[in-house]
Design a protein around this ligand. Sequence first.
Ligand code: CP
Length: 305
Amino acid sequence: QRHLISIADLKQHEILDLLDRSERMIEISRQERKSLPTLSGKTQINLFFEPSTRTQSSFEIAGKRLGALVVNMSVKTSSVSKGETLIDTAATLNAMRPDVLIVRHSAAGAVELLAQKVGCSVVNAGDGAHEHPTQALLDALTIRNHKGRLAGLTVAICGDIANSRVARSNLLLLGALNVRTRVIAPKTLLPPGIENLATEVFSDMEEGLKGADVVMMLRLQHERANGKMIPSVREYYRFYGLDEQKLAHAKPDAIVMHPGPMNRGVEIDPSIADSERSVITDQVEMGVAVRMAVLDALLPPRNEP
Ligand code: CP
């Protein structure tokens, strides 16, 4: 693979290879030196048209731990704010001969379009409500490390499924690895055709959580609501906010995940977010390892003459 745009483009053995490669990157990141210079001499440009805390900083750390020259383009202060198009911006950056572009954009399909216009590798860091492939990889790595396996587990993804690229990428990846997937959401927050992606679909939180090994919470994505019905925060928390009472329906050893950013008191109670069952900060650590693995896999070292 030259690009990573969608989990749908990956075969099962490629997903497993990336997860195994990530294990080595966890080891490196936990050492004092934290470096493996396989990307020495390579240039990585992070181009984020949407805000990010975790993805952008972890891609930057991942590239630097592998010895790449990493440039963070600030879209707000770039010529995009003067009307330059996505394609012209891509062509301009391409002329500087980067080896990889890491791109986040609000429009589904924009990253794939950009990948067709440049001569380097492109990684999708989230495109609209379409996909967020490295998030799904880091989630799978977190689950595998906590549960010791993936196949045969039941993962419940709860919340704003309709607007979530995280849900979509996770459903594709977990499905490819024979994980039973459930989605739980009010009917207004379920996308059409969800039955083709998830093993089971629920609108009742307690029903959907019964016997789950993993509970993955998602925030309400107001920025993508686009006039669609979003419930009030109070109403949503009452029926879909994860608290002790609702979590009691999952398995006693179920872990709780959240890709972030998290809205405490909306989709998750602070007591759950901070509990021993929460693996949210582990997800962040796995994010660096997975992004190191993806860069390492996409950018093999050049054969020196
Ligand atoms: N999970 C995630 O994509 O977080 P950021 O928006 O902070 O990158």
